[in-house]
Design a protein around this ligand. Structure first.
Ligand code: G6P
Ligand code: MG
Length: 217
């Protein structure tokens, strides 16, 4: 028996933060609100609704419920123009190779993302066939650090949560994995993701041996 692996999408498989940044910045600036890279960092792993709430808070701005929905739609439309221009070249280094290694070893793989655009992105970069199950922003109601997205992934894969390994680039995502009693692997800065069980800068730092060892129960 092997463990099951669950991957976050944004920041783990692809670097979409740069596209979210462009779209949120355009929207915020249009409302007279400043938006910088540090603020964008704080939106990693945060749902679309909660991201807009934060931006409005930062700008001491409030809008009607109707305008809020229009703003979210506008941001997403803008973001999707970047998404629709994506192709396989956007896959972060060694991600496809590691997914292939897991597949070759019959290890179950799920996606666990807050994004409502996850399926569209996976299709654009041709990685959909690697995932046995996809859990995204359209399937869950509770945002990370709530463990819901990963627990649903484990259930769909038929795996015990403690037999799951999660790859995450956001603090909220690492906390969600830890809250689910799963093994958490941080992708990014060790100083930021210190709550993770293991941290790597990116997948080029993860050896095949380490992954296979991790997969053994
Ligand atoms: C990921 C990203 C966030 C994004 C969220 C929702 O967690 O890290 O920056 O806000 O997904 O994405 P969506 O594509 O549904 O707007
Ligand atoms: Mg992420």
């Amino acid at each position: 028996k092997t463990k099951a692996f669950i991957f976050d999408l944004d920041g783990v498989i692809v670097d979409t933060a740069k596209f979210h940044f462009q779209a949120w910045k355009r929207l915020a600036n249009g409302l007279g609100i400043d938006f910088d890279h540090e603020q964008n960092e704080q939106l990693k792993g945060v749902s679309r609704v909660n991201s807009l709430k934060k931006i409005l808070e930062w700008g001491n701005t409030s809008v009607s419920e109707e305008e809020f929905i229009q703003l979210m739609d506008k941001k997403n439309e803008d973001y999707l123009t970047y998404v629709d221009a994506m192709d396989e070249s956007e896959i972060l280094p060694q991600v496809k190779e590691k997914l292939q290694l897991l597949k070759d070893n019959n290890i179950p793989i799920a996606l666990g993302s807050a994004s409502k655009n996850a399926r569209r992105i996976l299709d654009k970069i041709n990685l959909t066939p690697f995932f046995d199950e996809i859990v995204d922003g359209t399937n869950v109601t509770k945002a990370k650090p709530d463990p819901e997205v990963f627990l649903v992934g484990a259930e769909k894969l038929g795996a015990d949560p403690k037999d799951c390994v999660v790859f995450e680039d956001s603090i909220a995502g690492i906390q969600a994995a830890n809250n689910a009693q799963m093994t958490s692997i941080g992708i990014g800065e060790q100083a930021v993701l210190h709550e993770a069980d293991h941290t790597f800068q990116d997948f080029t730092e993860i050896s095949d041996e380490f992954l296979i060892k991790l997969a053994r129960i």
